[in-house]
Ligand binder design. Structure first.
Ligand SMILES: Cc1cc2nc3c(=O)[nH]c(=O)nc-3n(C[C@H](O)[C@H](O)[C@H](O)COP(=O)(O)OP(=O)(O)OC[C@H]3O[C@@H](n4cnc5c(N)ncnc54)[C@H](O)[C@@H]3O)c2cc1C
Length: 66
Protein backbone atom coordinates (compact mmCIF):
# COMPACT_ATOMS: atom_id res chain seq x y z
CA UNK A 1 0.00 0.00 0.00
CA UNK A 2 2.86 2.35 0.87
CA UNK A 3 4.62 1.62 -2.43
CA UNK A 4 1.45 2.21 -4.45
CA UNK A 5 0.63 5.43 -2.59
CA UNK A 6 4.17 6.84 -2.74
CA UNK A 7 4.84 6.09 -6.41
CA UNK A 8 1.44 7.33 -7.60
CA UNK A 9 1.77 10.48 -5.46
CA UNK A 10 5.28 11.16 -6.79
CA UNK A 11 3.99 10.84 -10.35
CA UNK A 12 1.10 13.24 -9.75
CA UNK A 13 3.23 15.78 -7.88
CA UNK A 14 6.02 15.92 -10.45
CA UNK A 15 3.46 16.13 -13.25
CA UNK A 16 1.86 19.15 -11.54
CA UNK A 17 5.27 20.75 -11.02
CA UNK A 18 6.02 20.38 -14.74
CA UNK A 19 2.66 21.95 -15.57
CA UNK A 20 3.38 24.83 -13.18
CA UNK A 21 6.85 25.55 -14.61
CA UNK A 22 5.80 25.17 -18.24
CA UNK A 23 7.95 24.16 -21.19
CA UNK A 24 11.17 25.15 -19.41
CA UNK A 25 10.66 22.17 -17.07
CA UNK A 26 10.95 19.79 -20.03
CA UNK A 27 14.31 21.08 -21.25
CA UNK A 28 17.15 18.58 -21.01
CA UNK A 29 19.15 19.15 -17.85
CA UNK A 30 16.27 20.72 -15.89
CA UNK A 31 15.68 19.10 -12.49
CA UNK A 32 11.99 18.50 -13.28
CA UNK A 33 12.80 16.90 -16.64
CA UNK A 34 15.02 14.47 -14.73
CA UNK A 35 12.40 13.86 -12.02
CA UNK A 36 9.63 13.43 -14.61
CA UNK A 37 11.49 10.46 -16.08
CA UNK A 38 12.71 9.24 -12.70
CA UNK A 39 9.28 8.91 -11.05
CA UNK A 40 7.74 7.03 -13.99
CA UNK A 41 9.53 3.68 -13.72
CA UNK A 42 8.64 2.93 -10.05
CA UNK A 43 4.96 2.79 -11.07
CA UNK A 44 5.91 -0.22 -13.23
CA UNK A 45 8.65 -2.19 -11.49
CA UNK A 46 8.45 -4.06 -8.17
CA UNK A 47 4.74 -4.54 -8.84
CA UNK A 48 2.96 -2.33 -11.38
CA UNK A 49 0.29 -0.07 -9.84
CA UNK A 50 -2.57 -2.00 -11.46
CA UNK A 51 -1.25 -5.27 -10.08
CA UNK A 52 -0.73 -3.69 -6.64
CA UNK A 53 -4.36 -2.51 -6.64
CA UNK A 54 -5.55 -6.03 -7.47
CA UNK A 55 -3.44 -7.53 -4.65
CA UNK A 56 -4.62 -4.91 -2.13
CA UNK A 57 -8.27 -5.34 -3.17
CA UNK A 58 -8.02 -9.12 -2.84
CA UNK A 59 -6.47 -8.76 0.61
CA UNK A 60 -9.16 -6.30 1.80
CA UNK A 61 -12.04 -8.29 0.32
CA UNK A 62 -10.55 -11.49 1.70
CA UNK A 63 -10.48 -9.96 5.17
CA UNK A 64 -14.15 -8.93 5.04
CA UNK A 65 -15.23 -12.38 3.83
CA UNK A 66 -13.56 -14.16 6.77
C1 LIG B 1 13.62 0.94 -14.58
C2 LIG B 1 13.23 -0.51 -14.48
C3 LIG B 1 14.04 -1.36 -13.75
C4 LIG B 1 13.71 -2.72 -13.65
N1 LIG B 1 14.53 -3.53 -12.92
C5 LIG B 1 14.28 -4.84 -12.84
C6 LIG B 1 15.12 -5.71 -12.08
O1 LIG B 1 16.12 -5.28 -11.51
N2 LIG B 1 14.82 -7.02 -12.03
C7 LIG B 1 13.72 -7.53 -12.68
O2 LIG B 1 13.50 -8.74 -12.59
N3 LIG B 1 12.89 -6.72 -13.38
C8 LIG B 1 13.13 -5.40 -13.49
N4 LIG B 1 12.29 -4.59 -14.21
C9 LIG B 1 11.16 -5.18 -14.90
C10 LIG B 1 9.88 -4.96 -14.12
O3 LIG B 1 9.79 -5.80 -13.01
C11 LIG B 1 8.72 -5.16 -15.10
O4 LIG B 1 8.73 -4.09 -16.03
C12 LIG B 1 7.40 -5.22 -14.35
O5 LIG B 1 7.27 -6.45 -13.65
C13 LIG B 1 6.19 -5.08 -15.31
O6 LIG B 1 6.29 -6.06 -16.30
P1 LIG B 1 6.21 -5.64 -17.82
O7 LIG B 1 7.09 -4.45 -18.07
O8 LIG B 1 6.44 -6.87 -18.61
O9 LIG B 1 4.73 -5.13 -18.02
P2 LIG B 1 3.44 -6.04 -18.19
O10 LIG B 1 3.38 -7.08 -17.11
O11 LIG B 1 3.34 -6.46 -19.62
O12 LIG B 1 2.34 -4.95 -17.88
C14 LIG B 1 2.00 -3.95 -18.81
C15 LIG B 1 0.84 -3.17 -18.25
O13 LIG B 1 -0.25 -4.02 -18.01
C16 LIG B 1 -0.66 -3.93 -16.65
N5 LIG B 1 -1.09 -5.25 -16.15
C17 LIG B 1 -0.39 -6.39 -16.17
N6 LIG B 1 -1.06 -7.39 -15.57
C18 LIG B 1 -2.23 -6.86 -15.16
C19 LIG B 1 -3.35 -7.37 -14.47
N7 LIG B 1 -3.42 -8.65 -14.09
N8 LIG B 1 -4.37 -6.54 -14.20
C20 LIG B 1 -4.32 -5.23 -14.58
N9 LIG B 1 -3.29 -4.68 -15.25
C21 LIG B 1 -2.26 -5.48 -15.53
C22 LIG B 1 0.54 -3.42 -15.88
O14 LIG B 1 0.12 -2.73 -14.72
C23 LIG B 1 1.18 -2.50 -16.89
O15 LIG B 1 0.57 -1.23 -16.83
C24 LIG B 1 12.56 -3.23 -14.30
C25 LIG B 1 11.73 -2.33 -15.02
C26 LIG B 1 12.05 -1.00 -15.10
C27 LIG B 1 11.11 -0.06 -15.87
Amino acid sequence: MAKLFATEAAGRIVDRCVQLHGARALQRGHLLEHLYRDVRAPRIYEGASEVQRTIIAREILGRTNR
